[in-house]
Design a protein around this ligand. Structure first.
Ligand code: FAD
Length: 415
């Protein structure tokens, strides 16, 4: 009898696991079902480029049915509602899915830290729909500003506040400035976008991209200053109202558009698990073989709390992709009744895009060397071209990057 493997989530973890399992499992050993509410995998590192018109949405969405059809397994597009560990079943909007081994990889969700007004008055950057909403808002804002005759009101419309100076906030701010200074400036001669468009980046930490190497923070801060992005550090946001961001130390920032890039929290499918061990941040505690305290439940990626050298691994695509082959091997071992292999983490480094031909790169494999400017930008582009799956997506990415660089970005407000 084939073992029933159910994977919840076709993100970086689920997608790469399916691909790895295909190469490992023998015919008839497993019956695999992948569940996701979307029928595509979102390549989040390039979402900000969708928001700023550098890429069309289909460049960053990879059809989940492709690897599943290739592996001759099953995909079901459905909303997963819960997991019943006792019964060994996943509850969904389309009925229950019983499993012998569950791989729970639903990622994480946007965290507003309970700050009043964030949910109502900010745009978020997590899903493809979020990226498109941000793009629409930017383009509508510029159209409205072009009609506005009052200089003060025009400047208010064109003020963008981004909360969170992690990689998402920094890359968005930098790319937004390029969009204003280059593509849009030429198309809106009636507004002085270079003078009037203001971008403010606020963060509670004492440096931008705080989770990265300090040298990358310095490169990013220097570039943001060159791009006239106002960076406000050591500042905790306490409330967001319509068009206003208030901080704990009594400051107020006005924004025609306010984007929340403040981080993620554990997915409700994990926090709602009954009888599982959860960490302080509510992630699912897994051992070095990715088991959540039992052989029938495994997890990795953003949902899992995997401790390495006394600290949990960060919630990064890089981590999920690196873990996937090891998880696949352990599933094969479980199915065959063999001993499991403990995972050894080898960090690759960090990349941050800083607009035009600028980026920052830290290469862990090469003695943690840090690059900036054009060399880092080249590493960044090659890395993402290689990481994106599918010839079609890669070709789209390459062509769109060339078009955006030499001509103009996607600056029409299409659905
Ligand atoms: C804007 C943005 C930019 C990022 N940039 C980078 C970067 O540059 N580098 C980097 O390393 N990391 C980056 N990250 C982090 C990275 O995206 C995550 O660490 C990674 O996606 C985690 O993979 P995962 O498989 O655990 O979760 P995800 O990739 O989030 O996948 C979870 C999947 O589960 C599905 N799902 C969730 N809930 C349900 C449900 N109830 N029912 C059905 N399906 C469900 C989702 O649709 C999704 O497909 C970024 C994140 C964001 C939001």
């Amino acid at each position: 009898m084939p073992k029933r493997i159910v994977i919840v989530g076709g993100g970086f973890s689920g997608l790469h696991l399916v691909r790895r399992l295909e190469g490992l499992m023998r015919p008839g050993e497993i019956e695999l079902t992948l569940l996701d509410r979307n029928n595509y995998h979102l390549f989040t590192p390039l979402l900000y480029q969708v928001a700023t018109g550098e890429l069309p949405p289909h460049a960053v969405a990879y059809p989940l049915r492709l690897p599943i059809a290739h592996a001759r397994q099953r995909f079901v597009q459905t909303d997963v509602q819960g997991v019943d560990l006792e019964r060994g079943a996943v509850r969904t909007a389309d009925g229950d899915f019983a499993y012998d081994h569950l791989v729970l990889v639903p990622g994480a969700v946007t965290n507003d830290f309970g700050i009043p007004g964030v949910a109502e008055h900010t745009l978020s950057m997590k899903t493809l729909a979020d990226g498109l909403v941000v793009r629409k808002r930017i383009l509508e804002t510029v159209e409205n500003a072009a009609r506005e005759t009052d200089a003060e009101r025009r400047r208010a419309l064109l003020s963008f506040v981004i909360i969170g100076a992690g990689p998402v906030g920094v890359e968005l701010a930098s790319s937004l400035r390029d969009l204003m200074d280059h593509s849009l400036r030429r198309m809106y001669p009636e507004i002085d976008l270079v003078r009037d468009a203001r971008i403010t980046l606020i963060d509670a930490g004492d440096r931008v991209v705080i989770a990265m190497d300090e040298r990358l923070s310095r490169i990013a801060a220097k570039r943001l200053a060159e791009q006239r992005v106002t960076v406000v550090l050591n500042t905790l946001v306490s409330e967001v109202a319509g068009g206003i961001v208030r901080t704990k130390d009594g400051k107020e920032f006005r924004g025609g558009t306010i984007v929340w890039a403040g981080g993620v929290r554990t997915h409700p499918l994990v926090t709602g698990l009954e009888g599982a061990a959860l960490a302080k941040d509510k992630r699912l505690v897994v051992d070095r073989t990715f088991r959540a305290g039992r052989d029938d439940v495994l997890s990795f990626g953003d949902a899992a709390y995997f401790e390495w050298e006394g600290r949990p691994l960060p919630q990064l695509a890089q981590v999920a992709v690196l873990q996937a082959p090891a998880v696949a091997r352990n599933i094969a071992h479980l199915v065959r009744g063999e001993a499991l292999e403990p995972y050894v983490y080898q960090r690759k480094g960090d990349l941050v895009a800083l607009g035009q031909t600028h980026a920052g790169a830290e290469l862990a494999k090469y003695g943690h060397i840090v690059l900036g400017g054009l060399p880092a930008w080249t590493v960044w582009r090659i890395n993402y071209l290689m990481q994106l799956l599918g010839v079609r997506n890669r070709s789209t990415l390459l062509v769109e990057w060339l078009l955006s660089y030499f001509f103009t970005r996607m600056v029409v407000d299409t659905p």
